[in-house]
Design a protein around this ligand. Structure first.
Ligand code: ADP
Length: 497
């Protein structure tokens, strides 16, 4: 099959969160099993071109229309992590991809709508049949509408993966007119008009993708069900219900090469799932010692708990604060790695840091890849109190590094974490602690349980570590599931034709 991925992230060159790891992991695995895979993304100014191979100017000049003007673009080809990339250099006067970051600009809708149209212009120019055009999240969801209605591209099926339904790309109708789609035609309940009665005057790009795609894939089976509710579907629940027959849930995989405690260049001491538990515990101890020294922390205060996360509403910052208090109260050590794009939340955590001079807590307000690896290898418990969690990679990484998740039972957490006191489960499956309600009380109960078992039942804790480390998080199974959906879409198309 010829599969084209259209996305705004691709790790390691352009990563803001889990999506970047998914586009690369899935593409690489699909290629490994024999498919022709390409990915198109913007050529952001911050991309480290040294990380790419076989860089070529593929199309030096092609135009993309916006607001009646034709803007120049170039397409570069390159190879990254074994996958063929096409990088769109938009020579647009607004410098759409020269912002030093992927998201968070006032004109994000215009930037990504432009990217979607320019990518379709490029595919039109190439005029090479495509089996699957695979879109990721709202940023590129309009490509489904453009490919079908405007460019009429030779694409058998279009698939949309939803990494986070809370972000939908709501914009003004004239944003569609600007790129050649008549808003009058799309401003209907059946098409792209927003479902929320308070936003009926707006276009919802994610909704357009859901309606036009031949299959919609949520990033975990539980999340595929949860988005059918108004809370977790963020108001698009009715649209997801309408799409129910083509809605699937496929759990993400993990890049096992990047996340490998047996070969991780950031760790002081390496270890792996096949090692004895004594060896694993010793290696984690050494990694903890390095961090304790670096941050002047008390390594003796155990267990070590921590969070590695964006401090945004979804990740439950208020419950992370409770977890810090609980850890200190129960005699452990806490390390927080993460910062917030929301000034109010960031300032709150800065104040907490200023107030807390204990040698049992460390706050690190940065995005620091090497520290994340070291922390996964040092922690006893990773806390994940998410309000909702489409899939979540952090809990999988934690388990691969022998850290036990304490998580809220939502979305992908429910599909990957199995509570150690759930007697309905076989002992081999148990790998963590879950709490159900999004309240300090519910979280504290699970913390107290985890700390008690850590002190009183070390053998059980060791079993959880071993169980978590033994899980196969590779892309093999998810890629097969994606293939089944791709094939089904193509069969359905044939049946219609
Ligand atoms: P999301 O994509 O919603 O942020 P995921 O759990 O799917 O959540 O993926 C988060 C990824 O980002 C993980 O690889 C995690 O280790 C990483 N990460 C989050 N915050 C930081 C940070 N401050 N420094 C380094 N890595 C981080």
């Amino acid at each position: 099959m010829r599969i084209v991925q259209l996305a705004t992230e691709f790790a390691p060159i352009a990563k803001a969160g889990g999506m970047g790891e998914v586009t690369v992991g899935l593409s690489r695995e699909l290629k490994r099993i024999g498919h022709e895979v390409e990915a198109i993304l913007p050529k952001y100014d911050f991309i480290d071109m040294q990380a790419l191979r076989s860089i070529n100017m593929e199309v030096p000049d092609f135009k993309c229309m916006e607001k009646g003007n034709l803007h120049a673009n170039a397409m570069w080809s390159a190879e990254c992590e074994g996958v063929s990339l096409h990088l769109l250099e938009a020579r647009h006067p607004a410098g759409y991809f020269h912002r030093g970051k992927i998201y968070g600009c006032m004109d994000d809708a215009a930037r990504f709508i432009y990217f979607s149209r320019a990518a379709m212009e490029y595919l039109k120019l190439k005029d090479k049949p495509i089996d699957i055009l695979h879109l990721h999240d709202w940023h590129v969801a309009l490509a489904a509408v453009l490919a079908r209605d405007l460019f009429k591209l030779p694409i058998k099926s279009i698939v949309l993966t939803i990494h986070n339904a809370a972000y939908q790309g709501k914009c003004a109708p004239w944003d569609l007119d600007y790129i050649g789609l008549s808003s009058a035609k799309y401003m209907t309940k059946e098409k792209l008009q927003d479902d929320d009665p308070a936003h009926r005057q707006l276009i919802n790009i994610l909704k357009g993708g859901v309606i036009y795609a031949d299959a919609v894939i949520a990033v975990s089976p539980t999340y595929a069900k949860e988005i059918l509710t108004p809370e977790i579907g963020y108001g698009l629940d009715l649209t997801f219900h309408r799409a129910n027959a083509k809605l699937y849930g496929i759990l993400n995989g993990l890049d096992l090469k990047f996340w490998d405690p047996g070969k991780d260049r950031f760790l002081s001491e390496l270890y792996q799932a096949g090692d004895s538990i004594e060896r694993i515990l010793k290696a984690k101890e050494r990694n903890r010692e390095s961090l304790a020294k670096r941050f002047n922390l008390q390594k003796v205060n155990r267990p070590w708990a921590g969070a590695i996360t964006r401090l945004v509403e979804q990740k439950g910052p208020e419950l992370i604060e409770v977890a810090i208090d609980d850890t200190l109260r129960l005699g452990g050590t806490f390390v927080l790695l993460g910062s917030s794009p929301t000034p109010k939340i960031q300032e709150h955590f800065e104040k907490l840091k200023a107030k807390n001079k204990s040698k049992s807590v460390h706050f690190h307000f940065e995005y620091d890849e090497s520290l994340a690896h070291q922390l996964y290898a040092s922690l006893d418990f990773l806390i994940l109190p998410s309000l909702y969690e489409p899939c979540g990679l952090s809990q999988m990484i934690a388990m691969r590094y022998g850290s036990i998740p304490i998580a809220r039972a939502t979305g992908g957490h429910k599909d990957t974490i199995f509570d150690c006191e759930d007697l309905k489960l076989p002992a081999k499956k148990q790998n963590g602690f879950l709490f159900s309600s999004f309240t300090p009380r519910s979280e504290t109960e699970s913390f107290e349980r985890a700390f008690r078992l850590f002190r009183e039942k070390p053998a059980l804790i060791q079993t959880l570590i071993k169980n978590g480390m033994a899980i196969d998080w590779s892309w093999e199974k998810p890629a097969q599931e994606y293939m089944r959906v791709y094939q089904k879409c193509i069969q359905n198309q044939r049946a219609i034709a």
